[in-house]
Design a protein around this ligand. Sequence first.
Ligand code: HEM
Ligand code: HEM
Length: 455
Amino acid sequence: MPTTNAHRLLTILALICQLPYSLQQDEEEQHGHTHDLDPMIFTDFAATDEPIGSIMTLHLASMILAFGIIYPIGMVLGLVKSRWHVPVQVLGSLVFVGGFFLAHAHSGRNYEPHNAHRGFAWFVVWSLIAQVAMGAYLKLHLEKGIHGRIRSLFVTAHRWLGILVPVIGYTQIVLGVIAIVGFCYGEHTGQCLAHFIMGSSFAGYGIIMLISLRVGGPWLLKRQRSQEWYDSWMITLWGIVNTFTEHRWGSNWNSSDYQHTSMGIIWVAAGTVGIWLSRNEQRSVVPALVIALTAAAFQGHAQHVANSGHIHSFFGYMLMAGAISRIVEICFVWKKGVFTVSPWQYMPPMFLMMAGVIFMGATEEQLSLLATIGIDPASYINVLLSFAFFLFLYTNILLGLWERLSGYDNKASTEGYTEVEREELHDGASFLEDDEDDYTKEHNALALGSLRQRD
Ligand code: HEM
Ligand code: HEM
């Protein structure tokens, strides 16, 4: 009997191992896969018309599983030093390696040979090789002599690269989606980049706001900074970059150069006001005002594709809702030293994620496609909003996992709070820290006081 079971198991394993090859054979009989196509044959789109094929479907599914689900969960497990970290990341890496081979085995649709997904793939692959190699070294727990010093360097590098892995993976997934549909090619590249970078930045800002809201309180309190101090620095620096890079110096100015460069200038101006106002741990509405101004600017943004006006103004409303709810949160809802989250406080990050996802879904080509297949903008917006809700939920789940496994949620609950526990709570956000600068007793007392007041 055991032999029969072992036989069955072996047969199943053999079939699973053969699956990619048999699928490839099936597909190769119908089509081929080459990287030698003349780029001149790609006029409007960077992909041919053939079906994408089952190997490509398996490639994208396995990569989304590895980078979208397994690695981020494993990252959280690493941050809380769970014993499940290594097994989960080994599983993620196996799925990644499988996905890598599938990517090279695909047939069916062919792609423009210089697509960004192919170029960035090598960066992803080497980052992961470095991450897994550092992980393996750390797992050996060599701590004597020179290893003591190397180890702490590797822990820091492994931690920060580990936090970057979901970001790198996200970028590669977006580039993969663009590659598979052949969008953003030729004259579309510029506005496509603008939409994906801006949209990702808004959604990313929403994610950072949510992290700061749920677990960043102790960290900010310890550093004696308000979040707007960091936000304003980002706005100022980003403004400087935009001021000098949006126009090709030496060439003539066009209306888009004026729009983007002036946006850079206002960001520098407003950002510096924000830095000044948010000194000494003060909260400031300036970053939210910058968002509101951006929303207002989009209401008047010139559009020349069908449905574009509708979707851009919806984007503007979401951004404005984010800005207004943030101003209310800062002025009337937030209380210093209180780490429990009130329902209102979830609104600003949620609206920013919605705005970001909608903006990513509003490139010229996506909107023309809607018009061609006859999907109305309202239904399309519903689908984009669903993505945003999912992103919001997923970020909350990952944060919840961290809170629970690190013991943060017990300490942050205001019941039976003591001074000693408060100090531990400060350490709860230690994954974000490099140095151990101390916060003053007054802060402790103040925060503790407001915690008790709430009770
Ligand atoms: C598959 C191979 C991997 C192995 C064997 C491994 C192993 C380890 C080990 C042993 C630690 C504990 C370090 C210590 O002593 O403090 C650790 C921490 C960590 N790992 Fe990995 N890891 C792997 C992959 C990854 C990946 C792919 C990521 C990111 C997605 C990641 C993210 C992290 C993070 C964020 C920490 C916490 C570092 C800290 O703050 O102390 N690891 N890993
Ligand atoms: C982080 C996740 C991903 C990684 C690391 C990754 C990695 C790779 C690699 C290594 C290749 C082979 C490049 C070459 O031929 O030199 C590839 C090809 C490809 N991938 Fe991905 N991929 C990911 C996600 C996706 C997703 C989500 C999609 C689609 C929705 C996708 C679509 C494609 C396409 C269309 C190709 C063929 C490109 C060509 O043949 O030129 N990938 N990918």
